[in-house]
Design a protein around this ligand. Structure first.
Ligand code: FAD
Length: 466
């Protein structure tokens, strides 16, 4: 991968640089396209490698860059939503994905939905016409030895998967998402739920788990609905996941089976499994419950809780309907729904820093779903961070760590600091942000305040790094 050209313009002050720098970006998805755009606009010559159409993934259908593999919605654009705030933050940094999304919207209420073909066509056109970018249609099967960003996504090709495994070690690469729902703390009925840890309340004293009790009648009704609830159909390459056997990589962990699959094994299975009440009798004020659902704190600011052992493949509307049958969760708001799909991702916390730079090789950066981010916009945002920081590395400038008070900074912080046994792909949400002081009681006012703080910060941050 030799050097292509030497004269570049700088985005910010129009100074003409003579720079022999070249950066390879592997993967022309949401993250790779944003990374290439950010790097090229900062005067770097970018080689963008995309394996399609010669080698297709199991879900991509076209040869277009930035193809949306499933939904055509990039999430809510309300500034009081995680995705809306992220969108506004990214626009401050002249995001390609946000710019193109705005040019290809279709009506969808407060959601930013796009005409998927127009969206990807426009990205392909803009990157193809960029004087600093050369698009190369080829599968990369090893980690380049020159400065690079790897953004090959959840369906990274098998050869690159092997290369990543060789580079980082087998234990640092995961193949699936088995995600349990994440709930907003203030939507949980605290009158019904109780604090307690199994077999004693070490740690904080009151117990580390929030337990949602159920009597036998409620439990039986819940299991009945769970068994018959509608599931998201699995694609052929995912067949077997929900039965406990993976089609491609051997056995699927028993501990990650969807809760509805466990329920089908017998009406009492959950009550003796993830919903067992044992060890909690002393914490419960009344008669011991027949079953409990444990919720575990998911962020430092206590604003989100995940449902322990509740990996699921139910449709999102069914998750809402069935899980709200749990008395303490009758008004639960879902920050993220449970999901199961094939997803190759690295254990980022031990492999990269918040600037998305490899801890093993400073000229190597990672972005997108491959580092444990969920959602189109979130993945594009990490492409933005990697693109900017790869350029800064090449110019020998200190890398940028986005402020944690921004969704971009919060995402980068989460993926580089999560605990190994709790690391699951994360999407943009307010739970990533540090709490406000003083705390604002009204939910609407609080989200607006988070949004204002984040936008002020990102603008100041942008001006400082120019
Ligand atoms: C089945 C499925 C459904 C999903 N549905 C949604 C959804 O509805 N909404 C949502 O927000 N997110 C969804 N996601 C997550 C989604 O994939 C990400 O949000 C987003 O596409 C990830 O961006 P990315 O750039 O990391 O990966 P991608 O967009 O997948 O881009 C990676 C690119 O790298 C290319 N590539 C792979 N290996 C190589 C190689 N060795 N050499 C060269 N090129 C290579 C691929 O062809 C691809 O174009 C889904 C994921 C899957 C697997």
């Amino acid at each position: 991968m030799g050097c292509l050209c030497n004269i570049y313009t700088n985005l910010f002050d129009d100074t003409i640089f003579r720079m022999p720098f070249e950066l390879s970006v592997i993967g022309g998805g949401l993250a790779g396209c944003e990374a290439a755009w950010q790097a090229a606009n900062r005067g770097i010559s970018v080689l963008l490698y995309e394996m399609r159409p010669q080698t297709m993934t199991e879900v991509h259908k076209t040869d277009l860059l930035g193809e949306l593999v499933c939904s055509n919605s990039l999430g809510s654009v309300k500034p009081t939503s995680g995705s809306g705030l992220l969108f506004n933050e990214m626009k401050v940094f002249d995001s390609l994905i946000c710019k193109v999304a705005e040019d290809s919207t279709v009506p969808a209420g407060t959601a930013l939905a796009v005409d998927r073909k127009l969206f990807s066509q426009r990205i392909t056109e803009l990157l193809s016409a960029h004087p600093q970018i050369k698009i190369i249609r080829a599968e990369i099967t090893s980690i380049p030895t020159t400065p690079s960003i790897i953004a090959t996504g959840p369906l990274t090709s098998p050869a690159m998967t092997q290369a990543l495994q060789d580079f980082h070690g087998e234990k640092n690469l995961f193949f699936y998402d088995a995600i349990a729902p994440l709930l907003e703390a203030d939507s949980i009925d605290m009158e019904t739920a109780f604090w307690g840890s199994r077999y004693g309340n070490a740690g904080s004293g009151k117990g580390d788990y929030l337990n949602c009790p159920m009597d036998k009648e409620t439990y039986d009704a819940f299991v009945e609905q769970l068994i018959h609830a509608q599931q998201i159909p699995l694609r052929p390459f995912e067949q077997g996941i929900s039965e406990g056997v993976d089609a491609g990589h051997g056995n699927f962990f028993e501990g990650c089976l969807p809760v509805e699959v466990l329920a089908r094994r017998g009406v009492a299975t959950l009550a003796y499994g993830p919903m067992r009440p044992v060890g909690l009798r002393k914490s419960y004020p009344g008669d011991p419950p027949y079953a409990i659902v444990q919720l575990r704190q998911d962020n430092l600011s206590h604003t989100t809780y995940n449902m322990v052992g509740f990996q699921t493949n139910l449709t999102f509307s069914e998750q809402k309907r069935v899980f709200r049958m749990i008395p303490a969760l009758q008004n639960a708001e879902f920050v993220r729904y449970g999901q199961m799909h094939r997803n190759t991702f690295l254990f980022a916390p031990t492999l990269i820093n918040p600037g998305l730079q490899s801890l093993q090789r400073p000229d190597l950066f990672f972005a997108g779903q491959l580092i444990g981010v969920e959602g189109y916009l979130g993945n594009a945002a990490t492409g933005m961070v990697a693109g900017i920081n790869a350029v800064r590395y090449l110019y020998q400038q200190p890398l940028l760590t986005f402020p944690q008070e921004t969704i971009i900074g919060g995402l980068c912080f989460y993926i580089t600091h999560a605990q190994k046994d709790e690391f699951q792909p994360m999407k943009a949400n307010f739970g990533l942000l540090p709490p406000l002081f003083p705390m604002i009681k009204s939910k609407g006012d609080r989200k607006a305040a988070y949004g204002n703080r984040s936008l002020e910060m990102i603008k100041e941050f942008y001006n400082r790094q120019r």
